[in-house]
Ligand binder design. Sequence first.
Ligand code: HEM
Ligand SMILES: *[C@@H]1O[C@H](CO)[C@@H](O)[C@H](O)[C@H]1NC(C)=O
Length: 341
Amino acid sequence: MRLTVAVICSLVAVQLWVTLLAGELKVGYYDDKCSGVEDVVKSHVIKAIILNRGNGAALVRLIFHDCFVRGCDGSVLLDASGVNPRPEKVAPVSIGLEGFDILEEIKADLERRCPGVVSCADILIFAARDASSILSNGRVRFDVPAGRLDGLVSSADEAQAELPEPTFTIRQLIDSFARKNFTVEELVVLSGAHSVGDGHCSSFAARLAAPPDQITPSYRNLLNYKCSRGGGADPAVVNNARDEDLATVARFMPAFVGKLRPVSALDNTYYRNNLDKVVNFNSDWQLLTQDETRGHVHEYADNAALWDHDFAASLLKLSKLPMPAGSKGEIRNKCSSINHR
Ligand code: HEM
Ligand SMILES: *[C@@H]1O[C@H](CO)[C@@H](O)[C@H](O)[C@H]1NC(C)=O
């Protein structure tokens, strides 16, 4: 009898302890649970980026899309299924999301080493951090606190409601970030992620006919040319003119040829391009339409090191967005589906 009471008491204590710890993230969380987790993630990310630099951009975008919807819980990774035919992935705002297979490969590797220990939510954050660091040549760096759980819920409607769209006005962008407790400055800092990667023509359709005070006409011509070559399809065009091919830039924007770079990097070139009205998304250009945001665009255009530093801090803040209170979590077996029970 005495023993039973003791056992029940200690079970209750353990239960309480787990509840209290849930949501508390810690740097080095896996050190005593599965050795070398962060090294394993990093080696996969390096491999993926060597294969294709676009993989790095895809991973950087995923941290935003995961964390802004139900917190950083890997909900963006779930595939459609019989019980959930419309996960976040199928929302219009998810157009062009990639990198899922890289994360699934990392997860499989970690499952072989330590089954049931490392969450997909944490893997995603580690991978996005490593991608930012590699694409910025080591200038964007931060330690990732871990211990996230994988969520059980993923809704396209919710993704559509929580994530900003490229057609948004500055007011809508500021409000969208404010709902997640991000400041106007952080909106500007995080938008600099568009110094890498690409976007589909449908994501900047209105920009193809925007007036010259909103987009430099030679750049608009370049985008129109690239988009018209899709033959009715919806091709993707690099976000940063710096990453364009020489022949196209020489033809449409000869003055920009000197700014081309052989290797795309995550850096503050986005802000200089923005001031020159050489950015593809309306949401990027919108940052010039308000005093405070325009001030920050100038600030980051002029100070590369400041942007590296602030971008790292903002990604870290992004990585701490929690699941809605009371949400249940698990360590998934596979990143694309919740566990069967
Ligand atoms: C401020 C509001 C934002 C809007 C409206 C926005 C919108 C978009 C759109 C429409 C695309 C192109 C999708 C496509 O057509 O394929 C894109 C790409 C991208 N976004 Fe954003 N974004 C925003 C903020 C962010 C943030 C905060 C990050 C990360 C910190 C980010 C990282 C990226 C990256 C890296 C790409 C390129 C992805 C690739 O090449 O695979 N964006 N964004
Ligand atoms: C924003 O901050 C408020 C006040 O601290 C908090 O209640 C809320 O949960 C936060 N929202 C998010 C999305 O973190």
